[in-house]
Design a protein around this ligand. Structure first.
Ligand SMILES: [Zn+2]
Ligand SMILES: [Zn+2]
Length: 418
């Protein structure tokens, strides 16, 4: 009777993509079912993860930061899951946004852009012009003429929707190798979703994807037959891949997936996945540093481009590291000085893993210190961030002063995910 309950579900959707329940509701349902580890893996967005992790504060439930990214090859779609990704990784955010644009449809997106530029078009009108065919640029051009924004369709192209026009939205096809690489760059673990669900062609590609850095296969899945599970377990063994699983839960009446927590996924799968996520050293902390142990947290600092100058960086970080030591941090190390651009604008940078600090006894003091530091003048508006081995991230900014209750909840959550 010991393995009576399924405790792990590493494939869940919420309203952040096409699920029925909000991230908080998904967490509540996971708690009701007595799960120990879940991953929120919305399609092409990380938008629900923070809410889910917040909803799990103090409950003992681990919410893994996840995403399910759509990739396209000549053979068709492949879905790739990214686990323990950095929620604030700029290139990943950009890639997901590009994929979402494809989902919305290029034409729709172009209409949005034209509307923003002061030339509103109704989607229904443009679609009517396509007469049932898929809506393309010629239809958008004609709609612009019909509304009197331009005189000819040629003018519409020349001024707005030609390949270099201000309202043009490029066709975006992400290859599996691109998706895998971005997930790795974001510190995550890439896993092929429902590995047997897209047919033999997809399975034949597994060795190639392993070459790109694929780390695991989703073996336990509602629509996988026992034979398929057996076959996938064999492939995992052969290629040294992680075994994962989940329900692909979207909602109670969805044709996709199964009910939350209803697929048996051994707890060990979640443990191996977590280990894999924290054994590897991501590009944000390269440089031969030792990996984070479960009783440590990493501290990241958001810096400006000028700070990236080594001397300024030393001045800026030296003080913070000294303060941490004085505060009583057991081990303050500087695992790397790597500075990576963050965000679309490229004007902010993250200083990879500034310090490894032992916890948990030190945690309450650390949280208070970082909040105070971020509010102090010497931070000059820079943001500082804690990252735990379980992938939980908390950012302190001058704009957001946490209440005492929030600080307590935060410490509690950080402690239980150690
Ligand atoms: Zn999928
Ligand atoms: Zn899914």
């Amino acid at each position: 009777m010991r393995q009576h309950h399924n405790r792990v579900d590493l494939h869940l959707h919420s309203t952040a993509s096409d699920g029925v329940y909000t991230p908080s509701e998904v967490v509540r349902m996971a708690l009701e079912r007595g799960l120990a580890v879940i991953a929120l893996t919305d399609h092409d967005t990380l938008g629900g993860v923070a809410e889910a992790q917040q909803a799990a504060v103090g409950t003992g439930l681990e919410v893994v930061a996840g995403v399910e990214v759509n990739s396209e090859g000549d053979w068709g779609d492949l879905h790739i899951l990214g686990y323990y990704v950095d929620l604030n990784h700029g290139p990943l955010q950009e890639q997901l946004e590009a994929v979402r644009d494809v989902r919305v449809g290029r034409a729709r997106k172009m209409i949005e852009r034209l509307t923003e530029m002061g030339m509103p078009l109704a989607w229904e009108d443009v679609r009517a012009l396509a007469g049932g065919a898929s809506v393309g640029r010629p239809h958008v051009a004609r709609a612009l003429v019909n509304r009197g924004y331009v005189k000819t369709t040629k003018e519409a192209f020349d001024r707005f929707i030609a390949n270099d026009g201000p309202a043009y939205v490029p066709r975006m096809r992400l290859s599996p190798s691109e998706v895998i690489q971005t997930i790795i760059d974001a510190g995550g673990v890439p896993v092929l979703a429902h590995a047997a669900h897209f047919g033999k062609q997809a399975i034949a590609l597994i060795p190639e994807m392993v070459g790109y850095g694929l780390r695991g296969l989703e073996v336990y899945y509602p629509h996988h037959s026992p034979e398929q599970i057996e076959m996938l377990l064999g492939l995992c063994q052969e290629h040294g891949l992680l075994v994962t699983g989940g329900t692909d839960f979207h909602g109670p009446d969805s044709s996709e997936g199964a009910q939350l927590g209803s697929v048996h996924v051994p707890l060990e799968c979640a443990e191996r996945l977590r280990e894999a996520a924290f054994q590897r050293s991501g590009p944000a902390h390269t440089g031969g540093e030792r990996p984070m142990t479960p009783s440590e947290v990493q501290i990241y600092l958001n810096v400006t481009e000028e700070d990236a100058d080594p001397k300024r960086l030393d001045e800026l970080t030296g003080r913070l590291l000294r303060d941490l030591r004085e505060l009583g941090a057991e081990s303050v190390e500087r695992p790397s000085g790597g500075v990576t651009p963050e965000g679309a604008k490229g004007d902010t940078f993250t200083l990879g893993a500034l310090a490894l600090v032992a916890v948990p006894a030190f945690l309450p003091r650390l949280v208070e210190f970082l909040q105070a530091w971020s509010l102090r003048g010497e931070s000059q508006g820079r943001r500082v961030k804690i990252k735990t081995p379980a992938g939980l991230e908390v950012e302190f900014t001058p704009e957001k002063k946490l209440s005492q209750a929030e600080l307590v909840a935060l410490v509690e959550n950080l402690t239980q995910t150690q």
